[in-house]
Design a protein around this ligand. Structure first.
Ligand SMILES: Nc1nc2c([nH]c(=O)n2[C@H]2C[C@H](O)[C@@H](COP(=O)(O)OP(=O)(O)OP(=O)(O)O)O2)c(=O)[nH]1
Length: 179
């Protein structure tokens, strides 16, 4: 199964994948835990928890580590659900973000230097106006636990030039976009 959900990508760039990132979404009672980023990339936006994959670290290890660092929780059932590839025309580079969901976790949630405050948001009340502009394109699949890949082209830091999203019935096809 490979239905194309949304395509509006004007250019098919073959840009070098620059950096690998992770992003984790904890779920409870039809709500998702988000944090307000206090610094760096995405400062002032609500987001899941994650960061750069370090040398000699798997994306899964990175997802666990960043979750613990940023909200003090330990993931028990991380599920890799999607990949978002960002083609950044203004930077002539691509970032790839591996998306995880998690429903079992341990510890006491706590804000961190990088994510403060943190807050549970109902699925129907996600604060999209205070998030990366591409979030509404793919959050519905992540919230619905659908395997997906998304390719988003930005022409500058705030402007989406095109997007393409596909859903799958397993993970292996999802990962091809990250190659
Ligand atoms: N690179 C990139 N990351 C994005 C985008 N949208 C988005 O949600 N993210 C996520 C992925 C990561 O979880 C996070 C960026 O990672 P980061 O810069 O905070 O990485 P880090 O924690 O390792 O950084 P540091 O501040 O500790 O040095 O934002 C995007 O357009 N580009």
């Amino acid at each position: 199964m490979k239905p194309e959900i949304e395509t509006n990508l004007e250019i098919d760039t073959k840009m070098h994948v620059n950096k690998l990132f992770t992003l984790v979404f904890l779920k409870k009672n039809k709500s998702v835990l988000l944090g307000l980023k206090t610094r760096g990339l995405g400062k002032g936006f609500w987001n899941g928890f994650g960061g750069k994959v370090e040398k000699n670290e798997t994306v899964m290890d990175c997802a666990k580590r960043e979750l613990k660092e940023e909200c003090n929780l330990e993931a028990k059932d991380l599920k890799q659900i999607g990949v978002v590839r960002y083609d950044l025309l203004h930077d002539n580079s691509s970032d790839v973000v591996h998306i995880f969901t998690c429903t079992q976790f341990e510890g006491v949630e706590k804000p961190s230097e990088e994510m403060n405050p943190i807050q549970w948001y109902k699925f129907r009340a996600i604060p999209f106006t205070q998030m990366w502009p591409d979030s509404p394109h793919w959050y519905p699949y992540m919230l619905d636990e659908k395997y997906f890949s998304a390719r988003i082209t930005y022409s500058d830091e705030n402007t989406i030039k095109g997007s393409s999203i596909q859903v799958y019935n397993n993970l292996s096809n999802v990962l091809k976009i990250a190659e």
